[in-house]
Design a protein around this ligand. Sequence first.
Ligand code: F6P
Length: 361
Amino acid sequence: MSQTKRIGILTSGGDCAGLNAVIRAVVNAASRLGWEVYGIKNGTDGLTERPLQYEILTVHNFSDTPWPRISGSYLGSLNKGVKMDSLEEISKRFGEGAKTLGLDAVVVVGGDGSMNIVSNYCRNAGIKMIGIPKTIDNDTPITEFSVGFNSACQVCTSAIDSLDATARSHNRALILEVMRRAAGHLAMHSALAGGADVCLVPEIPYTIDGIINKLRDIKTSGRNHAVIVVSEGIKTEDGSHVTGAKNIIGENVYGGIGQYLSAEINKRYNEFQTRVTVLGHIQRSGIPTSFDRALAAVFGAKAVELLAKGENNKMVVWEDGHVVPYALEDVVKQGTTLLNTNSDYVKAAVSLGMYIGEVKK
Ligand code: F6P
């Protein structure tokens, strides 16, 4: 049995629905073992900035208020890139912060980027870490599901339902731009659920003519409306980024592909009026679905169980209906999980007659 007595928990990266349910689960499980839980504020900033930003959490924080039922992060989160050349310096501050608070281990609730960055901090600082995957993007490696994805899909699906209703009234092809830079899970899942006519994801090349052919078919069949779902990460037809904007570490900033598609479709085909909805950050803050709340509960309980067994450097993973630990090293090595273009999701979309780009038949 490990001697762990005081652990930290932090949420890192873009927020999503279900984070508070994760925090609740960790606090409850740890409290049952008599451990103290320090909630680290604003992602890793809580330990790297001075003064340290934290709050001691007890079961009352989450039982006396409805926090687990609402989205956002009780602790705050941080979605900013970190320059790898500053890693050593930040790890040092992170480690000193954790030592000042007397933390034996940190539970990190984050996506692929956070698992990579924070596991580096923890390793350099000699602090135990257990990761819990969360992201609306569902692209954290190995795990089949991350907390927040299901809730974001629900938001996107409701948006498709709403767009479908107004598209019918106005003879329109309505374009919905959803999040996630390089991975199309959110777009594909929602398009299937909402019955979209077109779904474009970064993993599959498309042509404007392909979209227009689909719209023509719809018109010929006597239908006067269509819904097009597009992942923010797709490029223009000739393979360039719509916006040249970059974030502080030189990564592309997305947004605008919906307007580009609208303009391109209109240039070549005008049987449908097009309009664009950019769903934006609403996707990150829907009501946590029952699936995400339950996932949060099992991930949180497992994370504490692993720490109690003395485990370190692991991420909990949903695999075939079970929660299992995987080495963080292996998770990080895999990078981002993209949509499998041979998956049953993709096959189902094709069989529904959706245009999803130029898929190999
Ligand atoms: O990774 C989560 C995510 O919501 C992505 O889907 C999106 O591209 C990105 O974060 C947006 O980040 P920010 O809120 O920092 O602009």
